[in-house]
Design a protein around this ligand. Structure first.
Ligand code: HPA
Length: 251
């Protein structure tokens, strides 16, 4: 089986429980990845970990070289990506602490290099993006969560904003009217680039605050970091079971 990739977002500059075997800086034809690729094992299953925001969380969402990151995972032989993402909750059923595998997204970002088909040398391919996430991976994550007795919300629409600032209350109201349940800054162009390279891709989102204007409390980095810490253990356990289940014959 090919290597599983985990892209770590805010709070996941490294992956707890990964037995590290090799760490490699990677240069691709699209430039350098956010961080070296860390190859290791979770439950004997080969996993390739990439810290999306780079060492020390230095890269803001709009400065990430998403193309280099996805190309490096392809070149490393990965065929599936689980992308971790801290998000704000928009739907009343998504309070801070919720873990969710969204099944749709709306892209509100701008000015990001968002395609591998960008100049004449690459030709043009219009990939089908009707379902932006891999249903097979989403189901595997849901199965793993249920085996680990971790609540995982099935489905939802992820609004991808430009950042790095958070939203205005009116922007949040608009996204909720658009049907969005979660808001974050990194699912695009990452998900679309994965599709362009035929990589299976699913987001494991964890809600770290209410969307702007949905709660009386100010959104602070301290509160967000505290919530990330509260989610980290469940995410580590869920992915350990997920990796373990990939080693078992399907049945
Ligand atoms: N908005 C956008 N991105 C986020 C948020 C938010 O409220 N929380 C965590 N990432």
């Amino acid at each position: 089986m090919s290597e599983l990739a985990i892209i770590g977002g805010s709070g996941f500059g490294a992956f707890p429980g990964l037995e590290v075997r090799d760490t490699q800086p990677v240069e691709t034809r699209y430039g350098t990845t956010s961080a070296p690729l860390v190859h290791g094992l979770i439950h004997g299953q080969p996993v390739c970990f990439l810290a999306r925001h780079g060492p020390g969380h230095r890269l803001p969402p709009h400065r990430i070289n998403y193309r280099a990151n996805i190309q490096a995972l392809v070149d490393a032989g990965c065929s599936s990506v689980v992308a971790l993402g801290a998000v704000g909750g928009l739907h009343p059923g998504c309070p801070p602490g919720t873990l969710c595998v969204p099944d749709q997204l709306i892209d509100y970002t701008y000015g990001r290099v968002h395609s591998f088909f960008d100049d004449e040398s690459d030709g043009v391919r219009h990939v089908d993006f009707t379902e932006p996430y891999s249903e097979a991976l989403r189901q595997q994550l849901l199965t793993a969560a249920s085996a680990a007795r971790i609540a995982l919300r099935d489905g939802g629409t992820y609004a991808v904003t430009q950042g790095p600032r958070l939203e205005t209350a009116a922007e949040v109201r608009r996204m909720a009217r658009d049907g969005c349940d979660l808001v974050g800054m990194t699912a695009m162009p990452e998900a679309a680039l994965a599709r362009e390279r035929d990589l299976g891709y699913a987001t494991l989102a964890f809600v770290v605050n209410w969307g702007a204007g949905l709660s009386d409390e100010a959104i602070t980095m301290e509160a967000i970091n505290a919530q990330i810490e509260r989610c980290a253990d469940d995410i580590g356990r869920l992915l350990a079971v997920f990796a373990e289940q990939r080693t078992l014959p399907a049945g």
